[in-house]
Ligand binder design. Structure first.
Ligand SMILES: *Cc1c(COP(=O)(O)O)cnc(C)c1O
Length: 421
């Protein structure tokens, strides 16, 4: 073990996860390139937080300038914060016209749950059976995609999200069976006296491995939850900010009309901030009954950063770029899926891409791990996801450009060649 790793274990503890068998130690980054402690450069094909690029000049300048001018909580009038609220809300449909600011994705989801609980008078929740939405107690009790001691809360029901790419049944059968499961979950919550407060999903189902869904599933889920009195929450922490290339928000891609939308990770390009977006009706029902105040959320420095992210996205046309590069990348991934027996399908949209690895129909996480390590040896950073950890995850900063894409795809092709099945 290196000295730094020993000191890290002695302070942060040995439980805080690290990537790779031998962790990487970066000392700087610019755009989509890291530099490690040995002066070696690594291409970032994984990180979605530095959305408009690591150490982006516009964002850093905005942050420094505002921090030098004024940083204060939201109990004083400040134009920067209102300017940013208007700009952010301008990226949503007209009906979603109010924002609560927060500091993390967890905090945004916690507030969305609190609002739905108050407005519906119910406590029951529906989540996917392989998902992650944050670190608070309420969210730990509905975490299914990673280890938590809490276990599922008695008021939580899970829904298995199907995948047409790996399911033998027809799309119609899968749709009907999944909606039957949902009906049973809703009935069970009602019988137990919890009622239905909300469903909370990342509607791109990133943690689940980006499954291919039957037409009508997403709207079918939302309709049933609403008919049972519940609210529909869209967790955009992963799928938002143009990631999918065709839509600013992941829920728009699947034709959903959410009541509450939660934003995180890319919103501040690394500066800690988040938001809950909702309707005027929802805010007007919650606001008068709660003196809701959040010390750091919506401060002028965060607002300046958030604004710079939106401006950079617009000026560099990053969503359009994600669409074009994503389309190009998907073609190559599909070629790889044809060429290598152990690849079942190419997945994803825009700059959120994956390859599903399986041998004789059995998910093959050991092979995905080989590729992640082989890519590291070629100085490209990626990862893996899915309930079996068998889906390769390529999700670079949206600042990724046409110059870097071949580097990533060539390294991937070479890494796939090296896999020992
Ligand atoms: C990371 C994540 C969260 C939690 O966000 P934090 O900022 O870590 O609290 C919530 N939902 C999804 C989908 C995430 O990926």
């Amino acid at each position: 073990m290196t000295d730094l790793l020993i000191r890290r274990h002695a302070t942060l503890g040995p439980y805080s996860p690290l990537f790779y068998d031998e962790p990487l130690e970066f000392v700087s980054a610019k755009g989509v390139w890291f530099t490690d402690v040995h002066g070696q450069r690594y291409l970032d094909g994984y990180n979605n937080v530095p959305h408009v690029g690591h150490a982006n000049d516009r964002v850093v300048d905005a942050l420094c300038e505002q921090a030098r001018t004024l940083n204060v909580h939201t109990r004083y009038l400040n134009a920067r914060v209102v300017d940013y609220a208007e700009a952010l809300l301008g990226t949503f449909e007209d009906r979603l016209e109010r924002v609560f600011f927060g500091n993390s994705g967890s905090e945004a989801n916690e507030l969305a749950l609190r609002i739905s609980r108050q407005l519906t008078g119910a406590t029951g929740l529906i989540v996917s059976d392989f998902s992650y939405h944050g670190t608070t107690i309420a969210l730990a009790e509905m975490t299914t995609g990673l280890k938590t001691q809490e276990g599922l809360g008695p008021h939580v029901r899970t829904l298995r999200i199907p995948d047409l790419d790996t399911d033998e049944r027809s799309a119609d059968e899968v749709l009907a069976a999944t909606l039957d499961d949902l009906d049973a979950a809703i009935a069970s919550l009602q019988e137990a006296g919890f009622g239905v407060s909300a469903c909370l999903f990342d509607w791109l189902f990133s943690t689940e491995g980006m499954p291919r869904l039957p037409e009508g599933l997403v709207t079918g889920i939302a309709d049933r939850v609403r008919a049972a009195g519940g609210m529909v929450i869209a967790d955009e922490v992963q799928s938002g900010f143009g990631r999918t290339g065709t839509h600013m928000w992941g829920y728009q891609r699947v034709g959903l009309v959410p009541d509450l939308v939660t934003l995180g990770k890319p919103i501040g390009n690394g500066h800690p901030m988040s938001a809950v977006i909702t309707t005027a009706e929802v805010m007007d029902a919650f606001g008068p009954r709660n003196e809701f105040f959040n010390t750091f959320a919506g401060n002028p420095v965060s607002a300046a950063v958030g604004q710079a992210v939106l401006e950079e996205m617009a000026e560099k046309e990053l969503m359009e770029r994600a669409r074009d590069l994503g389309t190009e990348a998907k073609v190559r991934l599909e070629e790889y899926a044809d060429r290598f027996d152990f690849i079942r399908t190419a997945r994803g949209a825009g700059m959120f891409l994956g390859l599903d690895f399986a041998v004789d129909g059995t998910p093959a996480p050991d092979l995905t791990k080989q590729v992640v390590e082989a890519m590291k040896a070629k100085h490209v950073v990626i990862s893996r996801i899915g309930r079996d950890d068998n889906v390769l995850k390529v999700r670079p900063p949206l600042a990724f450009s046409a110059a870097e894409l071949p580097l990533l795809l060539d390294a991937l092709g070479e890494s796939l060649d090296e896999v020992e099945v």
